[in-house]
Design a protein. Sequence first.
Length: 126
Amino acid sequence: MVHVIAFVSRKGGAGKTTLTSHLAVEVERTGGGPVAIVDADPQTGLAGWWNIRAADVPAWLDTSKGLRHACDTARLAGFGAVLIDAPPSLSDIIAEVLALAELAVIPVRSSPNDLACAAERNRKSA
């Protein structure tokens, strides 16, 4: 069984990419892997991080055939976790990411703007 974990926030700069990369390495290091990562953010910060690394883990997950196909492929290949860095916006990709994820991590810094974004989203969901 592959655990799909999404890092989502409507606010840019909240730490999604940093958390995705650091937790992917830590899950791999502590035996929860193999781990695959997905950069669903058009800013491609996670891809940039992965491309300059010398290590070959965590693995990069090809999403050219779609996110669901990529997660199914990871499941069949025996990955223990797929971590997805989502874009900072409300978009169709967010709905797809959340539909695939069993856990959504919403990083929030203790600034008024970050807390307001989280509170606003909760009011709209209720």
